[in-house]
Design a protein around this ligand. Structure first.
Ligand code: SF4
Length: 335
């Protein structure tokens, strides 16, 4: 029996290189070894976008096209839409009694995100909603609704898994149940920097390379990427370690990395040619994704069938599991 991996992603935009190298590439590698469930977390996306449902709806399709384009195989993974499984919302309500507000506010992930919101909105956090503070509870429901055993996460998300484990332990002890505590599957921490050198690549930062970007867009973006600002003339020696072009060469041009580094340091390589080489390599890297995406864009019926069968499978699983949970809680009236 393969172990079950449960993972999710919020449909708030297209996937960029940060998502790919940080998360999704790992999912592609895991799909043969594990029984993978991938949740398109539209309800969770609404915690930040409840006043913009159009954005979420549009991005459910966009995100799924991206996921299929990178090589996730519908025959190996179960892709489902969170809002179509009401059992998750039901379980979230039951779990909400098992977590104190103080504990949620102490969760380091929640704490960081609230601090960011305060910095953005500057109103001492008064715009933070109940739904937002409670999203770790909803995540515990996401995981346990499908008996998720292994959860692929970055180090920054470990507190969320710990929160789920606490909820599971409390549930088991109160209701004399034997729910499995999920474990984190941590890989190497690969946060990808933005074109401007920012530590994080992100849509709101305007520094991302998207998997869906066409050749012209890639050309423009790479031509404007941050290089070593001390290099003025083409034949000035430079430091590749402060250059974002070299940073992306490391991702998609590994075979020629030694030469790029040596020539940059010696001054025998100009930035324009270096960028052109990266543009070619980036397009070579993205071409297989573009082709797969095109196939699915032209066959959207196939995509809807993938949603439908994944969501049906997840729904059956969730409804079986919630029956056991309600039985343990003695709220299985007339069944
Ligand atoms: Fe960056 Fe290449 Fe210019 Fe060196 S030569 S600073 S690696 S763009």
């Amino acid at each position: 029996m393969k172990k079950r991996v449960l993972t999710g992603i919020r449909p708030t935009g297209n996937l960029h290189l940060g998502h790919y190298f940080g998360t999704v590439q790992n999912w592609v590698n895991l799909q043969d070894e594990y029984d993978m469930y991938i949740e398109i977390a539209d309800v969770q996306a609404l915690t930040d976008n409840f006043d913009n449902p159009e954005k979420i709806r549009k991005n459910v399709n966009e995100l799924t096209l991206d996921l299929l384009s990178v090589g996730l195989e519908p025959s190996k993974v179960t892709i489902f839409i969170q809002s179509m499984i009401p059992e998750i919302a039901e379980l979230t309500i039951y779990y909400s009694n098992l977590v104190t507000m103080a504990r949620l506010y102490r969760n380091p992930t929640v704490k960081t995100e609230i601090a960011q919101k305060k910095a953005i909105f500057g109103n001492n956090g008064e715009s933070v909603t109940y739904g937002f503070v409670g999203y770790p509870v909803s995540q515990a429901a996401d995981i346990t609704c499908f008996k998720g055993e292994c959860i692929p996460v970055g180090d920054d998300q470990l507190p969320l898994i710990e929160q789920t484990r606490e909820i599971v332990r409390k549930f088991n002890s109160i209701y004399n149940f034997n729910m499995t505590e999920p474990n984190a599957l941590t890989g190497k921490n690969s946060r990808i920097k933005g074109l401007d050198g920012n530590e994080k690549m992100g849509k709101s930062l305007g520094n991302a390379i998207y998997l869906v970007d066409d050749e012209n867009t890639i050309n423009k973006k790479i031509m404007s990427a941050l290089t070593d600002t001390k290099k003025i003339k083409a034949n000035d020696p430079a430091n590749p370690e402060v250059c974002m072009v070299y940073y992306y060469h490391k991702l998609v041009n590994k075979d020629n990395l030694g030469t790029v580094c040596k020539e940059c340091k010696s001054g025998s390589r100009g930035c324009v040619n270096c960028k052109k080489e990266l543009i070619n390599k980036m397009n070579e890297f993205l071409n297989p994704f573009r082709e797969k995406r095109k196939y699915y864009e032209n066959n959207m019926n196939e995509v809807y069938k993938i949603f439908q069968s994944g969501t049906n499978k997840a729904k059956n699983e969730a409804s079986e599991n919630i029956k056991e949970i309600k039985h343990a809680m003695k709220i299985d009236y007339y069944e």
